[in-house]
Design a protein around this ligand. Sequence first.
Ligand code: TMP
Length: 212
Amino acid sequence: MASKRGALIVLEGVDRAGKTTQCKKLVQALQQVGRPAEMMRFPDRTTTIGQLISAYLEKKSDLEDHTVHLLFSANRWELVPSMKKKLEQGITLVVDRYAFSGAAFTSAKPGFCIDWCKKPDVGLPKPDLVMFLQLSPVEATLRGQFGNERYETSDFQKSVQQKFEQLMKDPSVNWKVIDASQSIEDVHDNIRTHTLNTINTAENTPLGELWK
Ligand code: TMP
């Protein structure tokens, strides 16, 4: 019998919600209980497309807004063959940002509608679970200053948060909102429980296609 597939788990949220810390802790926790797991992040800045995106985020280059949106999407598509292979091998993928960040960040720019922003990502592997780390702007400010990358301003992050809220109304995606103001360990326990339940369900269901 073919081995059971891994689950595709995504963490989303505004900046400083603790996504990266939680992704790392989750992968460790899964491996400790004998569940093969690997972390990925988008943008993946290691590829040729990822390097263009990275230079843009670091404000070393300027790119037209539609163009950079399509590059973020292309950066996901270029990783799809390896993602599918790993999932088929039974590896659970824990992903730091995905197409939801793509749609939320670009549609927070003037002149972009969320439907247009979703289009290039239609048909990507559909996450079995998307956990949104919720943090109020006040709590986010208490966690310190923003960095120097593009998009790291509190006004822009507020618009992004509203766009995420719009995306979360879509019942075709398995969203779970996690209160990211709790301690790192409490957030982790919450995330781990949701993930272990999802891994068990995903084993017996085929991988879906996002927004289709
Ligand atoms: P990070 O590497 O610190 O997560 O930052 C990536 C930045 O890029 C962050 O501001 C969110 C933004 N972003 C997009 O605008 N579109 C996307 O598709 C993704 C994945 C991230």
